[in-house]
Design a protein around this ligand. Sequence first.
Ligand code: NAD
Ligand SMILES: O=C(O)C(=O)C[C@@H](O)[C@H](O)[C@H](O)COP(=O)(O)O
Ligand code: ZN
Length: 363
Amino acid sequence: MEKLQILTESKKYPVFIGEDSIQSISELLKDNVGAYSKLLIITDETVASLHLEVLQSYLKENGQAAVHIVPAGESCKTFKVYEDCLSFAIQEGLDRKSVIIAFGGGAVGDLAGFVAASFMRGIRFVQVPTTILAHDSAVGGKVAINHPLGKNMVGAFHQPEFVLYDIQFLQTLPAKELRSGFAEAIKHALISDISFYEYLKENITEINDLIRNQDVLIYILKKGIQVKADIVEKDEKEAGVRAFLNFGHTLGHAIEAEAGYGTITHGEAVMIGMVFALKISIETYDIPFSLVDFISWIRVLGYQIEPTQVSFEQLWQWMVRDKKAVQNNPVFVLLKEIGEPELVKLDKTYLQKVYHELFSLSN
Ligand SMILES: NC(=O)c1ccc[n+]([C@@H]2O[C@H](COP(=O)([O-])OP(=O)(O)OC[C@H]3O[C@@H](n4cnc5c(N)ncnc54)[C@H](O)[C@@H]3O)[C@@H](O)[C@H]2O)c1
Ligand SMILES: O=C(O)C(=O)C[C@@H](O)[C@H](O)[C@H](O)COP(=O)(O)O
Ligand SMILES: [Zn+2]
């Protein structure tokens, strides 16, 4: 099992990655959490049916952990499901010394983390991620639910006590979810390091390559987490450079919301947003990067870059409410070079032109 340290202003905590690392959960709780009154596992229906027994079997010596199962996917990041989690926690008698285990992908982690951040004004929680995407979501402390008017609009910064990644859980991920998670790995590469990007291009030539070779998978997860950790260490609460982790997200979040949360996966939407931001970056800075090559690679991996007949105007309404927007002007993350992100406020007419050029829509 490998270990990375996350150092933020508010908390220092470890991320463990390995095969069968779940076997150590009891010991890791002892070492990294210490005494607690009760454990509550929050997981979703799919993860519960595939993997909950394994988690529970390694928690046997920790006494009975309460389990709350939420709907799978983005539909768990709602006020209703959030309230159900709080009601369950109160009914189960959780107190300030209790600990929540978020067992699932990014949606479960965001939800359970926000429950932990707000229950009795904040209790401890642990992330046990089960998706590739969660190499991003389980680290860094952003926790949130969605609002009908915008993605992740209600949330907090609340760091976990530790993150325990067991890559055996990832073997059951369908291709669509591999794709969603891999988009964030590509994001981490593009904002940090051309050689990481080249490594991804060389090693992942079809989407199932991600789960075929454990060394490659662990390398990608670790590298992605390290990129994130380096940024979060400098700027935990997004006063500046943390916004670079939002590369592809200004348009991506708008597409997710406009399509209806959960209709398109987070990573699929971010991939469209990254293609858009790459085109603007290439035009603005004349960077030596072939968008044609990039698009043909991601198409082979199964990404679709055309949004479904959505007008720019519809997306603009979401983008003006993006968390990076300043006085209703969306701010984009562009790349001055691959690995050199920066924040830029862009004009609506220009954005609309690029959108039409890229997606060849008449509206
Ligand atoms: N907090 C952050 O910093 C951050 C970062 C990136 C993304 N996010 C959020 O994360 C969410 C997306 O994450 P995600 O794609 O992991 O979400 P998810 O939790 O919705 O998981 C995706 C789907 O895969 C299923 N699944 C999970 N693990 C599985 C497994 N091992 N085998 C088979 N199926 C499995 C889930 O049931 C779900 O249907 C979005 O809500 C996004 O906004 C947050
Ligand atoms: O950790 C961050 O910071 C990120 O921006 C990571 C993103 O991949 C993630 O989707 C995050 O939830 C977006 O945050 P938001 O503040 O734009 O809602
Ligand atoms: Zn994201």
